[in-house]
Design a protein around this ligand. Structure first.
Ligand SMILES: *Cc1c(COP(=O)(O)O)cnc(C)c1O
Length: 424
């Protein structure tokens, strides 16, 4: 049996413990939702204030050159590249995940149309994040293609000669289940299929090596594990094999080879720069830069390998404490026990009351979230993200203790916890 003292001892030995001070975690809060909106780094307010007051307020238009505004998408992209196994100048931080997905899927469709026009299907997972499916569906309508949705165990059987693109989210947002990117990509390539990976729940959370996996395209999110702030710019990576083959469809002036020649014709920039569209949100990029720097501060303490080791220890501890201390409370586990298949979150299921239990926990300062299910295969989920940069082992103990009390007392049945809010 693990005790609270054991958890406190684990925190004392944690090589990443010092990094917690780099964040402003509100008092009396155990924040288990960094997979949805990362905690604000302590350095961010001053950085954003400086961008506004000095760079914008004083230097004004000169800031595009003087303060490096124009190169920010590439500069922040280069930092993100280190987290995802991409090369220098292969990533830009820009636009949203949804928009970047639109660009890379379009490019992948163009490649498929040129190389294998008989292939008319995109395969994805039925429980992929909805925006990914909606963007794919919209593009399929434009390109006369079809989206095929399968369960994870059916992916390999679905990779047929009709399929152009396999579009997957590396770590599933609902269950925290992680694909073996290298193996899945190799299986797709063996059938002549391109791969598009969404790293929204991977970048900064688990080790990712796009080049080693020989992936084709990837996008990811800036406001989750990269701590870039609400609506932070996302990122996009294209394998250098493909980058220069086609325009991306949002061919704006920031993707032009020489935007300040203001020519009437479009000439795409070489490399990933062509994946930019228009003028970028500099204040948001400054906040994202700060978030990524805070994550890269882990490099001095063992980097992503140390983050991964701690993340697995936190999620293992949460699972075992829930099973010890909340046994017979009707909770199930939706997240794989196998480390190789687990991201940095744990999802519990319950036939009744999942939403209200999460609300009762939030009222106690334990912030997780709820995701609605749609049937037996995909049950309602209580979702808890564990960001190893700022979550400790004692936090895990305390969170499970709150969960135990909420369930044993029936506190979650109170009417105020059963009222649905617009954002869950
Ligand atoms: C969070 C998330 C997104 C978010 O897309 P936005 O364009 O930022 O709203 C997209 N895809 C996945 C898989 C996500 O987890």
């Amino acid at each position: 049996m693990t005790t609270k003292q054991d958890c406190i001892a684990l925190d004392a030995q944690d090589p990443l413990r010092a990094l917690r001070k780099l964040f402003n975690i509100p008092a009396n809060t155990i924040y288990l939702d960094g997979n949805s909106l990362g905690v604000m780094p302590a350095a961010t307010p001053a950085r954003v204030a400086d961008t506004v007051a000095r760079e914008w307020g004083t230097d004004l238009i000169q800031s595009w050159n003087k303060n490096g505004w124009f190169a920010m998408p590439q500069q922040v992209g280069n930092k993100i590249a280190r987290l995802i196994g991409a090369g220098a100048n292969e990533v830009v931080a820009t636009d949203s995940t949804s928009i970047n997905l639109f660009k890379v899927l379009s490019a992948a469709m163009n490649i498929a149309a040129a190389d294998a026009p008989q292939r008319k299907q995109i395969v994805s997972e039925r429980s992929n994040f909805p925006t990914d499916l909606y963007i794919a569906e919209a593009l399929c309508q434009q390109h006369g293609m079809e989206i095929v949705l399968v369960e994870p165990e059916d992916i390999s059987a679905s990779l047929t000669a009709n399929v152009a693109i396999l579009m997957l989210t590396h770590v599933n947002y609902r269950t925290g289940a992680m694909h073996d990117m290298a193996a899945v990509t190799a299986a797709a390539h063996a059938e002549g299929i391109l791969t598009v990976w969404d790293l929204a729940h991977s970048a900064g959370a688990v080790p990712v090596d796009l080049m080693a996996a020989k992936a084709d395209f990837a996008v990811g999110c800036g406001y989750k594990y990269l701590n870039g702030g609400p609506g932070a710019p996302a990122f996009v990576w294209v394998n250098p094999l493909h980058t220069d083959r086609f325009w991306q469809p949002l061919a704006g002036w920031w993707g032009h080879a020489t935007p300040f020649e203001f020519t009437p014709d479009y000439r795409p920039a070489a490399g990933i720069t062509r994946y930019q569209c228009g003028t970028q949100p500099i204040i948001s990029l400054a906040a994202l830069d700060c978030g990524v720097d805070t994550l890269l501060a882990a490099d001095a303490h063992g980097g992503m390998a140390a983050l991964r080791t701690k993340s697995l220890a936190l999620t293992d501890l949460f699972i075992s404490l829930v099973e010890e201390r909340c046994a017979a409370q009707g909770l199930g586990l939706a997240t794989p026990r196998d480390h190789a298949q687990r991201g940095s979150q744990v999802c519990l299921t319950r036939d009744e009351g999942a939403y209200a239990i999460v609300q009762a926990l939030i009222a106690r300062g334990v912030i997780g979230d709820y995701r609605a299910g749609d049937g037996d295969r995909h049950k309602d989920i209580l979702r808890f993200g564990f960001t190893p940069l700022y979550i400790g082992f004692e936090d895990v103990w305390n969170a499970v203790e709150h969960l135990r009390q909420v369930l044993e007392s029936g506190e979650w049945q109170r009417p105020e916890f059963n009222k649905k809010h617009a954002v869950t």
